[in-house]
Design a protein around this ligand. Sequence first.
Ligand SMILES: *[C@@H]1O[C@H](CO)[C@@H](O)[C@H](O)[C@H]1NC(C)=O
Ligand SMILES: *[C@@H]1O[C@H](CO)[C@@H](O)[C@H](O)[C@H]1NC(C)=O
Length: 582
Amino acid sequence: STVTDGYAITIITSRVVNRRDQPTEIEFHVKIPKNAFISQFKMSIEGQMYDGVVKAKEEAQQQYSEAMSRGQSAGLVSSVGRSLEEFTTSVTVAAHQKVTFELTHEELLKRRLGQYELQIYARPMQPVNDFKIDVSIYEQPDIVFSVVKGGLNHPNLATIGALDVHFHPTVEQQTLCGACGDDGLNGDLVIVYDVFRDDTLGHLKESDGFFVHHFAPTGLARISKNVIFVIDQSGSMHGRKMRQTRAALVHILADLATDDYFGLITFNHAVHPWKRELVQANEHNVGIAKEFARTIEDSGLTDINSALLEGAKMLNQNPRDGSASILILLTDGDPTTGETNPVKIQKNVMRAINKKFPLYCLGFGHDVNFEFLEKMSLENSGVARRIYDDADADLQLKGFYAEVATPLLTNVMLIYEGGANLTQTNFSHYYNGSEIVVAGQITDNNIETFSPRVVAISVRVTVMTASMSESNTRRLWAYLTVKQLLDKELQLDGEEKERAKQEVLELSLKYRFVTPHTSMVVTKPPGENAQVLHKPKEGEKHPSPQGGSFGIVQSSADYDGKLYFNTCALFIVLKGNLTHLH
Ligand SMILES: *[C@@H]1O[C@H](CO)[C@@H](O)[C@H](O)[C@H]1NC(C)=O
Ligand SMILES: *[C@@H]1O[C@H](CO)[C@@H](O)[C@H](O)[C@H]1NC(C)=O
């Protein structure tokens, strides 16, 4: 894996030999980060290279259907888990022959809670002779800290410009470590790091007529918030979900700053505001709010429309100059009473919020219409997040809150004179620990006339200046543009939706990304069928079978084991100095 300016390109290679005396089907089965796009897949068999080709989905689908109708088996589907999705394929290899699989995926790492996380999952299905994970991270400005999860940490990692992690366990070590047994390694290596920040405009890199701007100033004062929690207490929240929600709320309330104002609204078929007004988060108010939170019980149906309109009304009626307003919805189901038409709810909510503050939607469990929540959040400059119905749901809720707990800027507008084809440039809030990334093209590749500026509201006026350096930014720009166009497409209708889709398609084909609108067709040796690789949707667990046999599909949703390399050797190379860690 090579990470440059937060853009991770990972190549997974697997070399397998068929030791049997007859042809044998050999499987290649990997998990990749959910946010990544696959950009290449190759198989090399007996000196022959079979290269995957990215095509428009319909075209790929047709090829696939033809193979199916000829009665040949085809198909290759992935499923989505918490942070990983799966890729499976197999190929028949002649006796004593070898096959090499090579899969490339790309992803822009997202800074959350002050850090980037690179996750590499390894499960070779057996101890293997030659196992390696090699990671190189190139960041400018310098990396200020990094942690390799699995209990490995080293104080010497501070302020190192280029970070390398090498993990080369022996066959024996592959069976001895915490999470692995006779079947070898099974777990992930997570590298967490951050780069040096200051309170300037941030860092601009350019290459090849493209630029990328990482904007994450520190040293700004926090802005106090007006936050309203709209909490689903319908019958479906019964049991553990309700308990976890209460626990998370009590914790979050205790975490509010004294100059924050807050409101609590619970809802089922009726809307129950705790107080009619926002109240200050002083000791007294937080105390009685916690008491209230501890008594929330589940019953009844789900009127999301009325609850959100009440929340928006309360925020609109209690404006405070120089503060950041935030509306947070937590629900575990679809609207079942009151206004139940998702499109109408979205319209109502958009009108009520009127771009004045962001709406964050937390979808608890798998019974929610996540696309509905996602669209509603995006339309109101927020994001939707799934809360997995697991033992750690209260931690997930607290974790989400922590990301929006400290607003530093509002109404952020990034302006690039002399720039074109920009990714999103307007953001409602900038939170401590997060990052705004904008990429684009420099008109006529003329750096002289290119001038970036950031305009935003903060507690005190800050002057921001920029510095420019070289980097490889074209693919990063393409990735970010495709991601944001996919979000935009979700919010649009009719012709505009079609236009966004076309743009995604063009860029995906040009840059070879497997996205929801493209597929990769994998050709195989004569006698075997082409396979089609799709990008699965959030929450999609099962393939939509059209007959025929499919690759093995397993859900990784339940996976929460981490690999602890306590008996294995991990080497961390710091600028050529080899440090051996136990
Ligand atoms: C932002 O986060 C950093 C590190 O996590 C912390 O040192 C700083 O105090 C935070 N800023 C505010 C205003 O809370
Ligand atoms: C960004 O916000 C400004 C000010 O509200 C507005 O004039 C501008 O059109 C917005 N730009 C985009 C790309 O939405």
